[in-house]
Design a binder for this molecule. Structure first.
Ligand SMILES: O=C(O)CCC(=O)C(=O)O
Ligand SMILES: [Fe+2]
Length: 394
């Protein structure tokens, strides 16, 4: 799953700042003093008003709106949270529909989810964050998380030091001289071996498959597309293109550590859905996730920093709360899995000037808490957009 690698690589550097490249094709705005009195000119201008992205109005937490998504059935849209904006639709899928999607996934065959290839190349960056010329346990933990997307606790790290003879004086610090004996190749091999025996240490412990609506002549998949269009009221090009979705199964201990489903944009990288190169960023405007079964225990979707006053990438990473396998309860908001329930959120804001793809919403950091009992099936549908409205609407 290459794109997850990209998400991780790029996401880190990008949030927080707002340096969208807004020159070029930005439509002329009629600001306060640009309004013409002449009616024909006004008409002319109205024709040119560019299509905008839509964003449902949450109003306030607990707000319920009746919505019409499919003939003969009524649905309701519940506002779960405002920061970030999250909605739920109970019974978005009926029991039969959930079964049907699970079957589609099973028929296609699930594969182990992966986010990162552990390679023995020498790119590991030792994160001496406080610059004291030695690595604390926390700094080593962060080094391994960043380098390999593997989540260790202090005892795992001590065990690793012992096996690799990295910390002979056992003071829990890797000094400069100790780190000179650190062979990245050896470390990578150790981590690889540890994870093969202990997949629970991976950031994502699940199985998955992709379903492509255009290749799947399936009535429900087509119906799903229609429901999305009615729900989101987005231009249909956005719904019809890149319409593939993921079916995911978590077994006992299955989890997905916290992440953003999309990346920010300060380096001006192209969106991954528009290019075939690896140097790209994931551009997903919305996430629609549906629980396909009831989980006996655990498996909540956790929004790690929801409703915090401020967001800091470093604070989040140092807190250890990305590791939902160990820190699920520390998250600020939990959504309970419930068969057929859809959870919907916006990974990006709408850019005020362009009316199109804006900044990433850092408050959407989220993941799946460990399944304690039973299994958990979900489907993930992402609605992609980019900074180029013309390309998106083509
Ligand atoms: O399993 C969950 O609740 C969250 C899954 C998720 O965030 C993802 O697959 O991107
Ligand atoms: Fe996600």
């Amino acid at each position: 799953d290459d794109e997850k690698v990209d998400l991780k690589e790029h996401a880190e550097h990008f949030y927080g700042s707002n340096q969208d490249n807004k020159d070029g094709d930005c439509p002329e705005s009629d600001g306060e003093n640009g309004i013409s009195e002449e009616s024909d000119t006004t008409l002319e201008r109205e024709k040119e008003v560019p299509v905008k992205l839509t964003r449902l109005d949450g109003v306030q937490v607990g707000h319920i709106q009746e919505i019409n998504l499919t003939p003969g059935r009524s649905h309701s849209l519940h506002t779960v949270n405002m920061k970030p904006l999250i909605f739920e639709i109970p019974d978005f899928f009926s029991n039969e529909e959930c079964q049907h999607i699970i079957r589609l996934g099973q028929e296609q065959g699930l594969e182990v989810s992966s986010t990162h290839q552990i390679t023995a190349d020498n790119t590991l960056r030792l994160l001496d964050t406080n610059g004291d010329q030695r690595l604390s346990l926390q700094e080593m933990r962060r080094t391994i998380e960043d380098g390999y997307d593997i989540y260790l606790n202090d005892d795992d790290i001590r065990e690793m030091y012992f096996r690799l003879k990295l910390d002979p004086n056992q003071d829990d610090f890797i000094s400069r001289s100790e780190s000179s004996g650190l062979k990245v190749r050896q470390l990578a091999a150790y981590i690889k071996d540890l994870v093969s025996k202990n997949p629970i240490k991976k950031s994502r412990y699940s199985e998955q498959t992709w379903i492509y609506p255009d290749r799947t002549k399936d009535d429900l998949v087509a119906e799903f597309q229609r429901r999305l269009l009615k729900l989101t009221r987005l231009p249909e090009q956005l719904i019809n293109k890149y319409s593939f979705f993921q079916v995911v199964k978590y077994g006992p201990h299955g989890h997905y550590n916290a992440h953003l489903d999309s990346a920010g944009d300060t380096k001006g990288l192209p969106c991954c859905h528009l290019v075939t190169t690896k140097k790209c960023r994931i551009c997903r405007y919305m996430t629609i996730m549906v629980y396909l079964n009831d989980v006996e225990e655990g498996g909540e979707t956790a929004f790690v920093v929801a409703n915090n006053d401020t967001f800091s990438d470093q604070t989040l990473r140092n807190s250890g709360n990305i590791n939902l396998n160990n820190h699920c309860r520390e998250s600020k908001l939990h959504v309970r899995p419930q068969k057929g329930k859809a959870v919907i959120w916006y990974n990006h804001f709408i850019d005020e000037e362009t009316g199109w793809f804006g900044d990433v919403d850092n408050f959407t950091w989220h993941g799946g808490c460990p399944v304690i009992k039973g299994e958990k099936w979900i489907m993930n549908r992402w609605i992609c957009a980019s900074n180029d409205r013309e390309v998106d609407l083509a």
